[in-house]
Design a protein around this ligand. Sequence first.
Ligand SMILES: [Cu+2]
Length: 135
Amino acid sequence: MALAAATLLLFSACSNASPPDAPGPHFTLRDFHIDSSQQVISAGNVVLHIYNDSPSTHEFVLIKTDLPPSALPLDADGLSIDESQFQHAGEISEVDTQTNRTLTLNLAPGKYVFFCNLEGHFLGGMHGVLDVVGP
Ligand SMILES: [Cu+2]
């Protein structure tokens, strides 16, 4: 019990590091594309591993929606997605170049879209879909 608490503390203390043995999908941010290691994952507690392999800063936004990426509504500027219309499942607003980040989430079953919402990056191709299945 004490060990579990200590482990939990350790994980939350270095949430910027990517625990190498924590299960979960890997996402690689590129100019301008996001590679994902899995399209389907199990519901519940999950650790998303995000690595920025591009020379510029990006962000990672995860929303729960049945809409395909091509149907997501744009902001008034026409350059980014109107995130206010969605429930955020998770977000890292800045992922620096050549940096690993992790998002520890508890995901309900359903369809999700992940993307970078810096101006023009979604339109450039930085998006993908994730199916969360399970009880
Ligand atoms: Cu980006």
